[in-house]
Design a protein around this ligand. Structure first.
Ligand code: GZL
Ligand code: ZN
Length: 359
């Protein structure tokens, strides 16, 4: 109710201002700096700053850093927002506390990047009772009542996993690799990215007769990825593929593989697959240290702002807004992959490709 009242008051104020032939910037609200379309939002011209409480997972990976930067750049004062940013150090209880604080502070919107999918019903019900819309980004919530969140902006992780595995199948066939003994370094257990990427590998392993010789979480961090790879290499001497669920785990795994006196790359002992295509990850893909890297776009800021502007204007928004994501590889052995009848071009990583990327 609070929000609709403000929107009505602002609309009235705007009409009054236009009727008085408002003088340029005098009394005009801070320019949200958005391109076309953004200005129809109720807050345009009003002095009302939109407050956004963002409950971020943590700072565990390069992807997370890029994601946080995108949100901070978008929800700036210059763009007409006040951002309250909370880093939960990858703990759900900290995110729940942050959401309760946002409710106390009567923010206009809550954005949540849920560290894991379950355990959100109670606190999201509290946000709903306080009439504060919740937008989920990056990872999904698994709640009994879908009205507890307005929309999801993020990756399609099942598709990411399937694309990576279709690439691996095509590459192995092209190279005549008959037996795949795969070390699987998972992300944070229970996170949507882990669930989807794991599903992709487990489905493909079943379908193509691959051996997953080891499976353990690397918690999306480089340190844990290295530690897990070290122990897997001690237990198994037949590993010829490592499937890392993000770039930071891959960096750690590559260090461990080299420390064990083995090599990575197209002509090496072990092929390393990864996700995220962060800057250092895509550079490692150009050299072949990472042989295939499936993109997971972290730049959610602009998409969330678009959602908020629609909501401010009283427009309907989609429940799910998957971001477009590519697949990148070393070399040109696999030109495209097909998942559920859709073709996805594989991009060979060159310096030009790297120079052209937004993150
Ligand atoms: C993906 C995101 C994952 C990234 C990791 O949307 O949830 O979490 O793949 C990050 O780098 O830690
Ligand atoms: Zn090469």
């Amino acid at each position: 109710m609070k929000r609709k009242l403000i929107a009505a008051l602002m609309a009235t104020a705007m009409v009054a201002a236009m009727a008085a032939g408002c003088a340029g910037g005098a009394g005009g609200g801070s320019d949200k700096g958005t391109s076309e379309g953004g200005s129809e939002g109720g807050s345009e011209g009003g002095s009302d700053v939109i407050t956004v409480g963002f409950a971020q997972v943590g700072a565990e990976s390069d992807w997370r850093t890029a994601n946080s930067e995108s949100m901070k750049e978008t929800f700036s004062e210059a763009n007409g927002y006040e951002l309250i940013f909370d880093d939960a150090q990858q703990k759900q209880e900290n995110q729940i506390t942050a959401i309760r604080n946002f409710i106390q502070q009567e923010v206009d919107y809550i954005v949540l990047a849920p560290v894991t999918e379950t355990g959100w019903d109670t606190v999201l019900q509290e946000a709903k009772d306080a009439d504060i819309p919740v937008i989920t980004v990056d990872r999904m919530v698994d709640v009994s009542d879908d009205s507890l969140f307005v929309s999801y902006v993020g990756g399609n992780f099942q598709l990411e996993g399937a694309k990576a595995c279709e690439w691996l199948k095509a590459y192995a066939d092209a190279k005549g690799i008959k037996e795949l003994n795969i070390a699987h370094i998972q992300g944070t257990i229970g996170a949507s990215a882990q669930i989807g990427r794991t599903e992709g590998l487990e489905n493909a392993a079943k379908e193509y007769g691959w051996n997953i010789v080891a499976q353990q979480t690397g918690e999306f961090t480089q340190a844990k990825g290295q530690e897990v790879m070290e122990s897997m290499l001690k237990q198994h001497d037949n590993i010829n593929v490592v499937y890392c669920e993000n770039d930071n785990e891959a960096f750690g795994a590559i260090d461990a593989i080299k420390a064990a006196g083995k090599t990575v790359g197209p002509d090496g002992d072990i092929l390393v697959l990864s996700f995220d295509t962060v800057k250092a990850g895509i550079e490692a893909t150009m050299t072949g240290e990472i042989i295939c890297n499936t993109e997971c776009n972290p730049l959610h800021g602009p998409r969330v702002a678009e959602l908020i502007e629609k909501l401010e204007a009283g427009e309907e928004v989609d429940k799910i807004a998957y971001v477009d994501e590519g697949i990148f590889a070393h070399g040109t052995d696999v030109a495209k992959v097909t998942v559920d009848g859709t073709d996805y071009e594989v991009t060979e990583v060159t310096q030009e490709v790297i120079d052209g990327r937004a993150y």
